[in-house]
Design a protein around this ligand. Structure first.
Ligand SMILES: Nc1ncnc2c1ncn2[C@@H]1O[C@H](COP(=O)(O)OP(=O)(O)O)[C@@H](O)[C@H]1O
Ligand SMILES: [Mg+2]
Length: 245
């Protein structure tokens, strides 16, 4: 090899090493901030549990004034919103992903229970329509729970009082798939927004972060599945998760 060519290849190797080094420093930085974020999240969650617990206990008192009750309800709802945001942040840094054979209907019931406060306070009816033939599904339970809750909470945000959220499942035996559909009779999604709703930080709400669908989509893709959306203005929206089994 000629001297000039050798010099060029050494230079390009040096450049590659430099780039690799930079990437390593970057990933260590991400790792450290991930650990820090977990610690912060843990402490914030503990504080939120205190706020939610205290507000919850005061709300059980029958003798408190209506205006005080309203204040505590607002405190409770805001603390729950903070928890939702925090949980979304956790899933950005979390790397653990363990699959377990799961009864999907039990998991959906748990998701509905965890959204009970939001559902009850907005007087939303939940209609479940389960396909009893669904076999156990291999999923990461905490992640799938997170994805389904994000869809339910979006429906809660979309429907007005006395709205309806429908959750149904289907077993597609031939294609070895299952589907979980969360639909609502809310305001629907304008057609021009549909391409954006899965993009991180896209939101049309003043007090939300726009991470819910990004995370749900990521979780479902990690399970080798996908999400379909159908929506009609003033009629409602429907999010269908398809998972292989
Ligand atoms: N069920 C739904 N009905 C109407 N709009 C929805 C629904 N689900 C999602 N969207 C729209 O998609 C956007 C992004 O949703 P998401 O990623 O969960 O973020 P966020 O709920 O924080 O706004 C929402 O702001 C809303 O405009
Ligand atoms: Mg959301």
């Amino acid at each position: 090899m000629e001297m000039k060519q050798k010099a060029i290849s050494v230079k390009s190797l040096q450049k590659q090493i430099e780039q690799l080094n930079n990437r390593l420093v970057q990933s260590e930085r991400i790792n450290v901030s991930g650990i820090m974020l977990s610690a912060i999240v843990h402490d914030i969650n503990r504080a939120l549990t205190n706020i939610l617990g205290t507000a919850g206990i005061r709300l059980l008192e029958e003798t408190i004034d209506d205006s005080v009750r309203e204040d505590f309800e607002r405190i409770k709802l805001s603390a729950q919103t903070c928890r939702e945001i925090i949980n979304n942040l956790i899933s950005f840094v979390k790397t653990e992903f363990r699959l377990t054979k799961t009864d999907i209907h039990k998991l959906i019931d748990l998701c509905v229970d965890l959204c009970q406060y939001q559902l009850v306070s907005s007087k939303i009816e939940v209609v479940r329509n389960y396909d009893k033939n669904i076999p156990l599904v291999n999923i990461s339970m905490s992640d799938m729970q997170h994805a389904i809750i994000n869809l339910i909470l979006n429906s809660v945000d979309a429907v007005s009082e006395n709205g309806k959220v429908m959750i149904s499942t289907d077993y597609l035996k031939k294609s070895k798939k299952i589907t979980i559909t969360v639909s609502d009779n809310g305001g629907g999604i304008p057609r021009k927004n549909i391409p954006n709703i899965f993009i991180q930080f896209f939101t049309t709400k003043s007090q939300r972060m726009g991470l819910g669908l990004t995370i749900a989509d990521r979780i479902i893709k990690k399970h080798n599945g996908f999400i379909d959306v159908k929506s009609e203005i003033n009629k409602g929206s429907s999010f269908k998760i398809t998972l292989p089994i």
